[in-house]
Write a protein that binds this ligand. Structure first.
Ligand SMILES: [Fe+2]
Length: 241
């Protein structure tokens, strides 16, 4: 059996964007059984922008599951943003997961925003100033939460959802100098610690679509500027692309 899911990230909603995605979203239930959003739903993380997200992505007829992005933190209104999204029926993950009953089986989704830190051989280390240790600790705690959430789900197909990237592959196109601010290898290790079928992320607007974790899990950057469509559809189960 096959489960089809749709995904997009970095839609950066505000009043001027409302309606742009809706025609394609109205068609979504014909193509997929769930929509996953990879964070950066808003521009500055305000409650009014969150209401735009709710109008655009609420009431689709399929479950909508999201993680937050760094933009959702800009105005210190995270609790208000989460409440608006949840009131619209959108499931917000941060260090936890959800299992959806799909026609092809039970789809497990574990999510965290994630954080930066960099990749093997070119990463921040837990050494020196307290500020640097706090930076690395943020990444480590986020990755640990993702790994625990992934391993804790009882499902047939497992998907990891983050905003920051777990691999450098999908950052190709971004300046090398900012890779440490776009993702962390620790997220990739977390994904590889469970039988993950697919890892989805956003954040890297100038990155690339396809990558693979060291453990062989396919990674897809679904940032809207990368996929250049309202959402991409992925097949999970017996047949994968
Ligand atoms: Fe971002």
């Amino acid at each position: 059996m096959v489960i089809r899911i749709a995904a997009v990230g970095d839609v950066h909603m505000d009043e001027d964007v409302v309606g742009r995605f809706r025609p394609a979203l109205d068609e979504l239930p014909r193509h997929a059984e769930a929509l996953l959003l990879a964070g950066d739903l808003t521009r500055h993380g305000t409650e009014s922008e969150a209401r735009c997200v709710a109008r655009e992505f609420g009431g689709l007829g399929v479950p909508v599951v999201t993680v937050l992005g760094n933009h959702e933190y800009q105005c210190d209104q995270v609790p208000q943003v989460v409440k608006v999204l949840e009131d619209a029926g959108i499931t917000v993950l941060e260090g936890d997961g959800v299992v959806l009953e799909c026609t092809g089986g039970r789809l497990g989704i574990a999510g965290v925003k994630g954080f930066g830190g960099g990749f093997a051989g070119r990463c921040a280390s837990d050494f020196g100033e307290p500020e640097m240790k706090a930076f690395v600790r943020t990444t480590t705690e986020s990755a640990d939460a993702l790994g625990a959430a992934l391993r804790g789900l009882d499902c047939d197909v497992l998907v990891a959802l983050t905003h920051y990237s777990p691999v450098p592959d999908t950052l190709a196109g971004e300046p090398l100098e900012i890779y440490p601010f776009l993702g962390s290898y620790q997220l990739g290790q977390a994904i590889d610690s469970a039988p993950t079928a697919l890892a989805l992320h956003g954040h890297a607007h100038h990155g690339s679509e396809r990558g693979t974790t060291p453990g062989g899990v396919r990674v897809r950057n679904v940032a809207h500027p990368v996929i250049k469509q309202a959402y991409s559809v992925f097949e999970l189960g017996d047949h994968v692309d």
